[in-house]
Design a protein around this ligand. Structure first.
Ligand code: ADP
Length: 496
């Protein structure tokens, strides 16, 4: 008998439902875009009820693709992290649009808290930086700006949640208000040492405790979807934030294992096992997962521009027709001829953290053509990765031998080879490219008892392609030096 797992992947730009069989093969994928609202400069919002509609529609469509008479053994939910919603416990309706992780409206509040000297203790308790990115300042903003909300929150009429919580609430008919440890660890309110909401932080952000969901392990039995909704009762037995789910989907279950996701930006996460490593390079420390009774932590770093540099070449400069053109152009030349691109369109992320930096191109000559510029953009993804991995290796005091990659850019085999050479690491692309949905399906399977131990999850991992190192380390030194000089010059220029 085959057992099927449903994964709900609620992302920043779309909601997706996928069904996997118990060998990890994809049986169904359905996806719907969601509307992005930009009410003011730097603000980004989503409509909570539109998200619920897209989740329900995509799940219903995916379930139609199940073989006749088959049922779902477990449901997992993974989500865009940090995005903040407050809703009415009676009606399930949001009292304000969701404030999305990218939203910068609480920058002043975070700056003030930093000036008041709170960052060190917040870092120590949560592993995060005091930044608008995380949920706490967004919750406070809604409480302070929507009339009557604070009083109603204090009276226990309202609920806060990240999108996993909100979806869980709706799929269980309003019976369950809960989240998992990975999502909780991105709120700035969760103490990753005690693995519990932190009373001091709740007070600091002035948030009524009655708003907060219960927090459980990722593989907890969170609740059941009643049969009325989709024609069969289904158990929700897995929840994790998107990057953590991808870490699990990439089978990074051992300390030192590392994955990189290359979409619009680059997101790198390393499993550090039971060790909470405090970064000296302004990387984040976060909960990787709690499952099978085990807690694992992670170091996380991201850079803002990966695929977005390619989008700019296509939509801004118009020198390529589609992202797929990049690979042939990069292969058409032996080198960029000394051209380097620092794609700091929206500043530089970890480990440089120069938000005011802007993008630069170095080394242009009359021989520079579009191939050189396209190749320089692709190369910048590898150099940014190298900078992050060096920071992680230093913080964790280890060296890596494999990098597992996913995301929309990794169809580019030239990029994978360049990554392998610059990083001097084997680069692996998995068979299931939707690692986020796949990861939470694995968690849900564990939660439902489809396999009995966390390490049994590894047997489902298959890779699609590998790029092995083809050049010696010495041959990359000059390029890395040139890149470092380009980054230094970019930061110097922004500082003037
Ligand atoms: P997100 O989840 O952030 O929306 P995706 O994981 O869907 O992003 O990846 C899309 C990104 O991948 C786009 O920025 C696009 O420019 C880039 N991309 C797609 N195909 C290629 C390719 N062949 N080479 C390089 N970049 C590509």
């Amino acid at each position: 008998m085959t057992r099927y797992i449903l994964a709900i992947d609620q992302g920043t730009t779309s909601s997706r439902a996928m069904i996997f069989d118990d060998q990890g093969a994809v049986v169904a994928t359905c996806q719907q875009e969601i509307t992005q609202y930009f009410p003011e400069d730097g603000w980004v919002e989503h409509d909570g009820m539109e998200i619920i509609r897209t989740v329900i529609d995509t799940v219903a469509a995916a379930l139609k693709k199940l073989p006749d008479g088959e049922t779902i053994a477990a449901v997992g939910i993974t989500n865009q992290r940090e995005t903040t919603l407050i809703w009415d416990r009676k009606t399930g309706e949001p009292i304000h649009r969701a404030i999305v992780w990218q939203d910068r409206r609480t920058a002043d509040l975070c700056r003030q808290l930093k000036q008041d000297g709170h960052e060190e203790s917040i870092r120590d308790k949560t592993g995060l930086l005091l930044d608008p990115y995380f949920s706490a300042s967004k919750i406070k903003w809604i409480l302070d700006h929507v009339e009557g909300v604070r009083r109603r929150a204090e009276q226990g009429e309202l609920a806060f949640g990240t999108l996993d919580s909100f979806i869980l609430w709706h799929l269980t008919g309003g019976r369950v208000h809960a989240t998992d440890v990975t999502n909780a660890s991105r709120t700035l309110l969760f103490n990753i040492r005690d693995m519990a909401w932190d009373p001091e932080l709740i007070r600091l952000f002035d948030i009524p405790e009655a708003l907060l969901p219960e927090v459980h392990a990722c593989d907890h039995h969170f609740g059941d979807v009643p049969a009325e909704l989709f024609g069969q009762k289904m158990a929700i037995t897995g929840i994790a934030g998107d990057q953590q789910a991808a870490l699990i989907g990439q089978d990074c279950l051992e300390p030192g294992q590392i994955k990189a996701t290359y979409g619009t930006g680059g997101f790198i996460m390393m499993n550090t096992g039971d060790q909470i490593i405090s970064s000296q390079n302004r990387l984040l420390t976060t909960v990787a997962y709690q499952m099978g009774g085990q807690v694992a932590y992670a170091l996380e770093g991201s850079f803002f521009s990966a695929g977005s540099a390619i989008q700019w070449l296509r939509d801004g400069l118009g020198i390529i027709d589609s992202a797929a053109d990049c690979e042939a152009l990069a292969r058409s030349i032996d080198s960029t001829g000394g051209v380097y691109m620092v794609p700091a369109f929206t500043g530089l992320g970890a480990p440089h953290w120069t938000p005011e930096a802007r993008g630069t191109l170095f080394g242009l000559t009359r021989a520079t053509g579009k191939a050189e510029i396209v190749r320089a953009a692709l190369e910048s993804v590898a150099f940014q990765t190298a900078d992050l991995l060096a920071a992680m290796a230093q913080d964790a005091n280890i060296s890596f031998d494999i990098l597992k990659v996913d995301g929309g850019m990794v169809v580019n085999q030239w990029l994978l080879q360049f990554l392998a050479d610059i990083l001097q690491l084997e680069v692996i692309r998995p068979r299931v490219s939707e690692t986020t949905a796949y990861g939470v399906a694995l968690i849900a399977g564990l939660g439902a008892g489809l396999y009995d131990r966390v390490n049994k999850m590894s047997i489902f991992y298959r890779y699609h392609s590998v790029a092995s190192v083809k050049v010696v380390a010495e041959d990359t030194v000059l390029q890395k030096n040139n890149w470092n000089n380009a980054v230094r010059s970019t930061c110097y220029y922004s500082d003037r």
